[in-house]
Design a protein around this ligand. Structure first.
Ligand code: ATP
Ligand code: MG
Length: 171
């Protein structure tokens, strides 16, 4: 599923739907262009979970944990790591939920992961085609691809809210 994200608000709104509906132990692998909106999407997930604390990029801290919402949010950024260093983080403890409370795991620069969980969703945030421009800037897009996990209901909510927004904007 590909969605056009017209502005920062649209990226936040997509994240909020995910934060409202994703079950515990969901793993969201965020891939795509530099500065395309990965952290913004996770900020939306935080809002959807009911987290009021500001969600900041974990580029330097590697992992930020937020426990205030409906489920814990584990926000990781692998940008600065080599695959070998990623291995030593024992990422599986986050999605196995054995040593940590099961929550939503959102990983920026997931391309750097040498292995993946059994089930996950890849959200690829990319810039659209050259001609796809708004206010002189190339429009962003999100592509959502589930791997061995059922998110049909969430996709349906995303569609219905996009349609609502479009009909609202056209009034
Ligand atoms: N759909 C959008 N359209 C326009 N601007 C957006 C959109 N989504 C996010 N932005 C803006 O893009 C900028 C970069 O966003 P963000 O930090 O979330 O990107 P990122 O993918 O996490 O970057 P990095 O690759 O450095 O981790 C922010 O100023 C944000 O407000
Ligand atoms: Mg980021």
């Amino acid at each position: 599923m590909k969605i056009c994200l017209a502005d920062t608000e649209a990226t936040l709104r997509l994240g909020m739907i995910l934060g409202e509906f994703l079950p515990a132990s969901s793993v969201i692998l965020l891939e795509g262009d530099l500065g395309a909106g990965k952290t913004t999407l996770v900020q939306g997930i935080g809002k959807g979970l009911g987290i009021t604390e500001p969600i900041v990029s974990p580029t330097f801290t590697l992992i930020n944990e937020y426990t205030e919402g409906r489920l814990p949010l584990y926000h990781l950024d692998l940008y600065r790591l080599e695959p070998q260093e990623v291995l030593s983080l024992n990422l599986e403890s986050y999605w196995e939920g054995i040593e940590v409370t099961p929550g939503i795991v959102a990983i920026e620069w997931a391309e750097r992961m040498p292995y993946k969980p059994d089930s996950y969703v890849i959200i690829s945030l990319i810039y659209g085609d050259d001609g796809d421009v708004k206010d002189g800037l190339r429009l962003r897009q999100a592509e959502i691809t589930p791997f061995d996990c059922a998110i049909d209901k969430i996709i349906a909510v995303i569609y219905s809210r996009i349609l609502q927004t479009e009909s609202h904007n056209s009034l």
